[in-house]
Design a binder for this molecule. Sequence first.
Ligand SMILES: Nc1ncnc2c1ncn2[C@@H]1O[C@H](COP(=O)(O)OP(=O)(O)OP(=O)(O)O)[C@@H](O)[C@H]1O
Ligand SMILES: [Mg+2]
Length: 223
Amino acid sequence: MPDVVLQARGLTKAFAAPAGPLPVLTDVSLEIFAGDSVSIRGSSGSGKTTLLQLLGGLDQPDSGEVLILAPDTSLVAPHSSLGRGVGFVFQNYQLMPELTALENVALAARIAGVPSEAATAEARSLLTQVGLGARLEHLPSKLSGGECQRVAIARALVNRPSVILADEPTGNLDERTGAEIMDLLLGVVAERGAALILVTHSREFAERATRRFVLSGGVLTPA
Ligand SMILES: Nc1ncnc2c1ncn2[C@@H]1O[C@H](COP(=O)(O)OP(=O)(O)OP(=O)(O)O)[C@@H](O)[C@H]1O
Ligand SMILES: [Mg+2]
C-alpha cells in the first residue's frame, strides 16, 4: 500500500455574502497516495480553486482538516510543512515579472531555506529538465505562455513536494501547447514520485489521471 501524502477530512467552506453565508464546499474528503494522479472537474464557480487552496493551506476550512506529508515524513497541517509539502501550478503562471526564469525557480527554494548556490543549481537542473536550458536568463515577458508554464512547473517541483496542486494549468494555452504541458506535468511528477491533483475543464486531460472526480453542489464525487 503506497504512503498517504494528503488527507482531507470533512472540509466545509462558506464565504460571507450580503444575503448570508454562501456555501461552497460541503463535507469534502479526499485521500491521496504517493504517485497518485487525481483530476477534478466541475463547472465554473463550483469551488475547485477554493478546494485546492484549502488543500495547500492557502486558506482555512470552516470545519474539517487537511494533513500533508512533510519533508520529515510525518503528516502535518499544510502551514507547518515549511512550504515544502505542496507545490502549486496556476492557470496564469504567477511568475515574478522582474525575475528571470532561473531566479523565479531559485527563489522558491531560497524561501524554503535552501542556500543560494544549491538553490540556483537545482533551479538550473529543473529548468533544463523542462526544456528551458536555453532560456534561463529570460524574463517572463520574453517567454511564451507554454514556456512560462514550464518555469512554473519547475518552481512547483523545486522543493521536492509530495503533492503538486495544478489549477487549470493548460487554461491559457492553445490545444497543442496544452497537451505538451500535460505530458510534461504527468512525466515529471511521476519521475519524482510526487502525487498530482489536477483541476481542469478538459475531459480529455482529466481522463489521463488515474482517479477522476467531479465537484458539484459543494460535493466531490468519483466521476
Ligand atoms: N474570497 C472569496 N470571497 C467570497 N466568495 C468567494 C471567494 N472565493 C471564491 N468565492 C466564491 O466561491 C465560489 C467558488 O469559487 P472558485 O473560485 O473556487 O470556483 P472554481 O470552481 O475554481 O471556478 P472556475 O472554474 O471559474 O475557476 C464562487 O461562487 C465564488 O464567487
Ligand atoms: Mg478556479
